[in-house]
Design a protein around this ligand. Structure first.
Ligand code: GLN
Length: 304
């Protein structure tokens, strides 16, 4: 049996003092205050065991990792029609890229780039009675942790500087791909991105995707088919214009956020979350990518 504790402790020891650890995101001013020296991992296995190392219990801004959770919540509410409004192809472009959106008449390439996540946010704003409260409760239930919350300061910081997302939302609206007001959709989106979770909470929340769509807390199951589809989208689109590199180096479906978190999973085996706030030029955690490459190389546990 793989000694996961030993493997992740070794990864932590090998990487924790690295000098080149990337740059903390600063385009959302509040995120630039985070200490780049923090580094943690958590693994949750199907057999019930969990393993932690480093700063695995400190909450950080999940940012784009939230896009997987909004998609999971929206799919059962909107069923197949969602794929008429957002595609499932990798974009090969940065997460906030706009020109493809115009070229393709307001249909975002996939639900994990910002424009696609805004369409998913629009669906939740339309379908839920109290969208922010209900989405937060959904995340708390998936992670089985009622302490998870929004960081309102981060949400406001992004609202004040989120010109690119305002542009994307306006473009979507011009192409009739938003039902709601631009401001309402962005308010929901900035809040979903501002949720703070630690490595353990994220491994728990994503466990459903590794577990045939079944949430072990007994709430909010996905069908097996929807879990399969979401995992496929994570593999092909979860790292924007570095999705190929992540598949090549790590070989797992996963999702990153500019808060420096990455969640990855091996279906029917485990979820693993790593956090290191410094980002590479593509906006993915620099040490996080290295840690996961080392993990799958040493354990030989990947989908390939
Ligand atoms: N809230 C961020 C944005 O829209 C999320 C980006 C990310 O984590 N890649 O720019």
């Amino acid at each position: 049996m793989t000694d996961f504790q030993n493997v992740i402790d070794k990864i932590h020891a090998d990487l924790k003092d690295k000098v080149n650890r990337g740059l903390v995101a600063s385009y959302i001013p509040e995120l630039s205050n985070v200490d780049p020296h923090q580094f943690g991992l958590h693994l949750k296995h199907m057999d019930g065991r969990s393993f932690s190392t480093g700063v695995s219990q400190k909450a950080f801004s999940i940012q784009s990792i939230s896009k997987v959770l909004t998609l999971a919540m929206a799919l059962p509410l909107y069923s197949e029609n969602i794929w008429k409004r957002v595609d499932v192809e990798p974009s090969g472009n940065p997460f906030n890229h706009l020109s493809l959106l115009e070229l393709e008449n307001g249909i975002p390439r996939n639900p994990l780039i910002n424009a696609g996540a805004l369409v998913v946010a629009d669906i939740l704003v339309s379908r839920l009675t109290n969208p922010k409260e209900e989405f937060l409760q959904y995340v708390r239930d998936l992670a089985n942790d009622q302490t998870i919350n929004y960081n309102y300061v981060v949400a406001e910081s992004e609202r004040l500087t989120g010109f690119n997302n305002f542009a994307a939302a306006n473009l979507l609206k011009a192409y009739h791909n938003l039902e709601n007001n631009v401001d309402d959709v962005l308010d929901f989106y900035f809040h979903q991105c501002s949720i703070e979770m630690n490595c353990e909470q994220l491994s728990n929340a994503f466990f459903m995707f590794a577990n045939h769509g079944i949430c072990t807390q007994g709430k909010h199951h996905l069908t097996h088919s929807r879990a399969k589809r979401i995992n496929a989208i994570m593999l092909t689109c979860g790292f924007y214009d570095e999705a190929g590199e992540f598949a090549f180096e790590v070989g797992l479906p996963g999702k990153s956020g500019v808060g420096g978190g990455i969640v990855a999973l091996l279906p029917h085996h485990f979820t693993i979350t790593v956090w290191s706030p410094g980002l590479n030029p593509k906006g993915n955690s620099l040490l996080g990518m290295q840690a996961l490459e080392q993990f799958t190389s040493e354990t030989k546990l990947s989908i390939f």
